[in-house]
Design a protein around this ligand. Structure first.
Ligand code: PSU
Ligand code: MN
Length: 306
């Protein structure tokens, strides 16, 4: 493979021997979680993948090279540096050519995971259709990339800061299937239930893997699969606190004039600050739960000969 894409030896070995591998994104580490906490959480996320028998491959760009699987020093840098760009797919070429450091979003992590031969990916929340997208045109590139990248993404739905029904409609338009894990409700990131339903429910990691395999068999797998894994109801953010924080957060975006790729990190930071860390605890819990489930699905796929 190109010298611009380096696969960590442990990941390369697992891929070569038919082992289970889970891709992990780095934007959540560099731009979604507070400094200091992020480094510890990075290890815990990877630990959840390993606990289930899969190899974690956190993806980022360092010194203009795509790294699939990061060592401890790479993670240190990604979690501490002030100069980490947020890289969607369209930014990758420039970041490589200009020797930059950058964190990858769901869109770019999916694309790079697929390029490396990894078919399961865990994150916190998927990007989606933003409120007011009809005039701002702000629809996350996550959706378009998922429509043409055969990777299963485990997530806790999308944040309520987005237009949730609009996002679900758009996923349908793009022919990206949405599976609820042991639920028929679409999760709302901090909340177990966004208020909207999902078309399909799977009850086990093996069922999720079987969906991927059936799509391959039919050659209808040009798109990815969203496996929506809700936070347990007793661990979700208090819904009243959530609604109040959301309202003031949206107001803050308007007064600060924040748009585009800065919206998601600013709002997450506002939530963590305003809820005195309660939203951070939920965010961490759901990412760990997604990493764990992704590990199980990757193992089920590997057993089936992927
Ligand atoms: N959702 C979260 N936390 C995050 C993100 C999404 O709860 O950190 C990140 C992911 O990397 C996702 C990106 O791909 O934000 C979407 O950003 P945008 O809306 O600018 O496309
Ligand atoms: Mn956007």
């Amino acid at each position: 493979m190109s010298s611009l894409l380096q696969i960590h030896p442990e990941v390369a070995d697992a891929l070569a021997t038919g082992g289970a591998v889970v891709a992990l994104e780095s934007t959540i580490l560099a731009h979604g979680l507070p400094r200091g906490d992020n480094r510890v959480i990075a290890d815990r996320i990877e630990g959840e993948v390993r606990r289930n028998g899969a190899v974690p491959a956190t993806i980022a760009v360092l010194d203009g090279v795509v790294k699939v699987g990061l060592g401890p020093a790479d993670l240190d840098r990604l979690c501490a540096s002030d100069d980490i760009a947020k890289l969607s797919v369209r930014d990758l070429g420039a970041a490589l050519a200009l020797h930059r450091d950058g964190a990858t979003t769901v869109a770019s992590t999916s694309a790079l995971a697929h390029r490396a031969g990894i078919s399961v990916f865990a994150t916190g929340g998927l990007g989606g259709v933003h409120r007011g997208a009809a005039s701002s045109f702000d629809v996350s590139a996550d959706l378009g990339v998922l429509a043409r990248t055969p990777v299963l993404v485990v997530c806790a739905g999308v944040k309520s800061i987005l237009d949730v029904p609009g996002t679900l409609e758009y996923l349908e338009t793009l022919s990206v299937p949405v599976l609820g894990y042991r639920t028929d409700r679409f999760p709302g990131f901090y909340l177990s239930d966004s208020g909207y339903g999902v078309p399909w429910t799977v009850r086990t990691p093996a069922e999720a893997a079987a969906v991927v395999l059936a799509r391959r068999e039919l050659a209808t797998d040009q798109a990815g699969v969203v496996l929506a894994n809700p936070i347990a109801p007793d661990k979700q953010l208090d819904p009243d606190l959530h609604d109040r924080t959301l309202e003031s957060g949206l107001e803050l975006l308007r007064t600060e004039g924040i748009t585009g790729k800065d919206v998601t990190p600013r709002l997450l930071e506002f939530f963590h600050h305003t809820t005195h860390g309660a939203s951070l605890t939920v965010n961490v819990d759901l990412v760990l739960s997604n990493a764990s489930l992704a590990g199980e699905v990757a193992v089920a796929l590997a057993r089936a000969g992927r």
